[in-house]
Design a protein around this ligand. Structure first.
Ligand SMILES: [Cu+2]
Length: 111
């Protein structure tokens, strides 16, 4: 598990570095958002999809061990935008409370 986590982290940094090399992403900002409800791969997928819908989000990693979403995005996206998007998908995001309807619609394994 630890090895997987380290590999995932390394991969994330490599992809992030590659993303930064592109011209339009030179202003990439990286935010970490606490997602205490994230427990499985479905949660990862749901949370990733929620923020990728936002124009300007370039890269997302959801660490299930730390329960933290790390998101690389352009300055046009604020941390509040990210928190709102994650909360709307059914997960607490830092101090932004999850949408209860979205939570009810999550797969059983995610509740
Ligand atoms: Cu899940």
């Amino acid at each position: 598990m630890k090895l997987f986590r380290n590999l995932a982290l390394i991969l994330f940094v490599v992809v992030l570095a590659a993303a930064c090399e592109k011209k339009e992403t030179t202003d990439l900002i990286v935010d970490e958002i606490s997602v205490p409800g994230a427990t499985c791969e479905m949660c990862q997928a749901t949370i990733s999809a929620s923020v990728k819908k936002l124009d300007g989000v370039k890269i997302v990693d959801v660490d299930l061990t730390r329960k933290v979403a790390t998101i690389g995005h352009l300055p046009s996206v604020s941390k509040a935008d990210l928190q709102k998007a994650i909360a709307a998908s059914g997960y607490h995001a830092d101090d932004v409370v999850k949408d209860s309807t979205a939570y009810e619609n999550l797969p059983e394994c995610c509740k």
